[in-house]
Design a protein around this ligand. Sequence first.
Ligand code: ATP
Ligand code: MG
Length: 218
Amino acid sequence: MIELNDVVKVYPNGTLALDKINIRFNKGSFTVLMGESGAGKTTLLKIIRGDEDPTSGSVVFNGNDIKKWNKVSLRRKIGFAFQDFTLIEDRTVLDNISLPLQFLGVNFHTLHDKTESILQAVKLRDKMYKLVKELSYGERQRVTIARALIYEPEVLLLDEPTGNLDIDTARAVLSFIEMLNERGTTVIMSTHHLIDFGKKPKEMIKIKNGKIVKKEYV
Ligand SMILES: Nc1ncnc2c1ncn2[C@@H]1O[C@H](COP(=O)(O)OP(=O)(O)OP(=O)(O)O)[C@@H](O)[C@H]1O
Ligand SMILES: [Mg+2]
């Protein structure tokens, strides 16, 4: 469970990105964050994962303030796929997805099989041995999502995961995300596209100028 209490974020240049946000994300819920460009969606996701500190207010994950969480274990429990991909261009798709676990000494065959099944789900199995620099933008986006899934995180943060995908691929990616949610993963996803609502009912939160202006179940 994640709780944001009176979260305010002012960036060092003085921009007020989040203005007293109060939300609770229950375990296993699926929330869609909507809002115009600059509304504060990415900032909110970054704060949930501890990548940005709130200027004031608190974020509580599974009963503890995230300031008290060990960053490494927090990041294993909260997977993310952000807009700025941070993939390693000169490495293969397989490496990009499995490197963190390779460093932990996980057996290569296990990694290979796990990566293969995740890639299958995001329709990229045939790109497993390609270098990231050889991929299209939408393909990179799917690699970023696949990378977020390798740890089987409790919570998955997705920043416009279908923003650059054609409709069929977007649907495939979304139904995969819905399947993960059905298995218990908490999903918090920002989007501009209504297609991202998929088939199942979800919590929708609308943000405008850093404030929550609407909450509804759609
Ligand atoms: N690192 C930063 N330093 C200063 N200001 C920032 C920074 N990152 C974001 N902002 C500002 O904070 C506000 C919220 O930005 P944010 O990236 O959260 O919006 P967003 O809703 O994700 O927009 P988009 O849909 O374009 O991705 C914007 O006014 C933006 O200019
Ligand atoms: Mg954003």
